[in-house]
Structures are given as structure tokens and as C-alpha cells.
Design a protein around this ligand. Sequence first.
Ligand SMILES: Nc1nc2c(ncn2[C@@H]2O[C@H](COP(=O)(O)OP(=O)(O)OP(=O)(O)O)[C@@H](O)[C@H]2O)c(=O)[nH]1
Length: 383
Amino acid sequence: MWSYYAYAGVFLLLSIFVSNAIAWIKQFRQASRLQAKTIALSGRPAGASTIPVTILTGFLGAGKTTLLNSILSSPDHGYKIMILENEVGAVSIDHQLIDNIPRDGVVVMQNGCICCSASSRAKNDNELERILDHLLTVQADTLGFDYLIVETTGLADPGPIVQTFLELRASRFRLDGVVTLVDTPALLSTMHKDMPAEMMAQLMYADVVCLNKIDLVGSDMDLDQASAFVRALNPDARLLPTTKATLSVDNLLDIRTFDAARYAEQLAKVTATPGNGHTADVSTVLLTATTDLVLQPFGLWLNDVVAASSHENVFRIKGIVSIAGDNYKWILQGVLDTYTLAPSGLWADGEPRETQIVVIGKHLNRFELESSFLVLVGKDKSV
Ligand SMILES: Nc1nc2c(ncn2[C@@H]2O[C@H](COP(=O)(O)OP(=O)(O)OP(=O)(O)O)[C@@H](O)[C@H]2O)c(=O)[nH]1
């Protein structure tokens, strides 16, 4: 009898020991996993080596470059910012319009639309990913930048760009947020009809929507209508009304608003929105001249182009113009039927004085634009 109890006791002790041992092993494993995690995190502390990324988007002429200039001229933002620029068309004008930054702080992505490139992952042809790799391996160390702003074209769908950042493995980049610039008067005139699909996607993916050009908005009621429209598309975005994109950097950079789950929800909505994709029939005409232009006839030519734009649908004109007898570069900025031409910085010594004008629109009459420009610069052989 005694031996029966002894065996049962030993068995009980053994099973307590075994179950304790299993629990200890489990605890030990868990502890080492936790430790490994802690080591991995402390080996790469947030802030020191992760580079926050802001995607800056918005339709043609909404004010993206204006906002960039405002950020870069803000005295105490404290970041060394790298800018990745992408432009509609074969020529880059925007990077010449960005002030206050060393030239090697801007990378211009010219050979193709950033969002189309980013959506071509399956073809192993993601130009954006290649540039990001290059920035990290070559330029992060030599230039020491600690913030990246990706400025999309006005015709970009930001979705594939966001997706690229989400799918980067073991990257030092951290998507901070999507900031969308809005030309508020243009939004008011298109929101109930013909809103370009890209503008819609830019609003839907935004973490922050800057309702810009408030100086051109008629009344508070109009602003309320624009805000309500954006809210209906994107209830969680932060709305910031502004003029000339003069916003505090604290509202734009390192705001940690990007949320992958929310992005997935918005992606489903964008995909379900009819007409998703690039606005059809948008083209770009580049006009260049190496002879100086005479101010008055140039102004008359511009008036004609803008006057004809109602049926040709010119969205955007921008450029750098060399005016005869003047040492300043003249900057041409036109959005829909409003344009300005104003002197900016001086031409540098030895810099070729080349005029470059980009016209972006729907159903553009390329032949008429090019031939009237040739007449203006005195190159037309037929006159
Ligand atoms: N009246 C007014 N004009 C503005 C405002 N913000 C920007 N602009 C003007 O709008 C024009 C277009 O501004 P940009 O900053 O170049 O716009 P963008 O979004 O970079 O344009 P894209 O190069 O077409 O993508 C410029 O002439 C700006 O000076 C504003 O708040 N009010």
C-alpha cells in the first residue's frame, strides 16, 4: 500500500516538475523573443535612423511648389529635407522654382509619371523604388538628409506611391502622411461635375487637406461647401484652410498621421469610384526659345492662348522666360484663365538664357501653339 502511495507521490511530483518545466521553457522562450525584439528596436531607435516621408500631392496649380517654398523658408523646421520631384511632361520647370535649397537636395524624376511607375511593381520596373534605394545607399550618407518630401505631379494618383512605401522591406523610410493641396475655387467649380479622377483620389488618400487660395473664395459659405465636400470623401482628414500655403511646418511634417488600415479602406473606395485613372486626353506642349522674347508681343500671345483656352481646356501654363534687355528671369505662372508673369532671380553668369514654357491641357492644339510661338520668336520661315 505504502509503495502505491510512494509511486503516486513521485508521479505527482514528476508531473508538477514537468508542467512547471514546460511553463519555464515557454516563459524563457517568450522572454528571449521579447529580448530579441527589444534589441532589434533599440538597435534602430526611431528618429535617429528612420527617415519620415511626406507625400505632397494636389491637382495642377493647386499650390504644391508654393507650399514647398513655404516649408523650406520656414526658419526653424530643423530638418535636412530631400525633395523628390515628379513633373508632367518631359521638362522639369518646378525644381527651378523651388527656392532656398541646395540643388543637390532635389531629385527630379522626369522619365515618367511617378504613380504609373510605382504601380508597375509586377513588371519589376518600379522607378520610384529604385530611386529610393539610390537615395539611401548613396545620398543619405553624403548629403545627410533626414526628411524626404515626395512631390507628385498634379495628375498623379497617390495610391501606388503609398503602396510602394508600404511594401518596402527593411526600409529606413517611414511614411508620415499624405498632404493634399487644393485649389479651393477650382474645387468649388468642379465638385458637382467633371471632377478629375486624380483630384478625387488625391482627396481620398489625404491625411491633411490644405484648402488653399482662400483669398479667391467668395464667402465663408463657399468655404463651408468645399469643406463639406472633402469631409464626405474623407471624414478623417485634417482640413487646413490657407492662402499661399502659409502653414506651420508642425501641421505638415512629422505628424505621424499615416494609418495603413485607413489607407486600405480608402483604396477600396477609390477603386470603386468610376473613372479612376488618368484624365483622358491630357497632353503637354513644351515651347522653347534661345532668343530673347519681347515683353509686349509675348503678353499679347499669352492673352490669345488663355482666351482660346475655354474651348481648348488649358489647365496649366508655367515657365521661365528670357525677356530682351532684362537681366532677370521672368516666371510665368498660369492656372486655368489666370496667369502672372513676373521677374524673379537674375540669370547667372554663363547660364544659357533659354525660355521654357510648358502648357498642359485637354485636347490641346499642338500645331497652333507651336506655330504661333515660332512666329513670336521670329523663327517662322513662312512669314
Ligand atoms: N491667389 C493665390 N494664388 C496662389 C495661392 N497659392 C498659390 N498660388 C499661385 O498658384 C500658382 C500655382 O502654384 P504652384 O505652387 O506652382 O502650384 P503646383 O501645385 O506646384 O502646380 P503644378 O506645377 O501644376 O503641379 C502660382 O502662380 C502661385 O503663386 C493662393 O493661396 N492664392
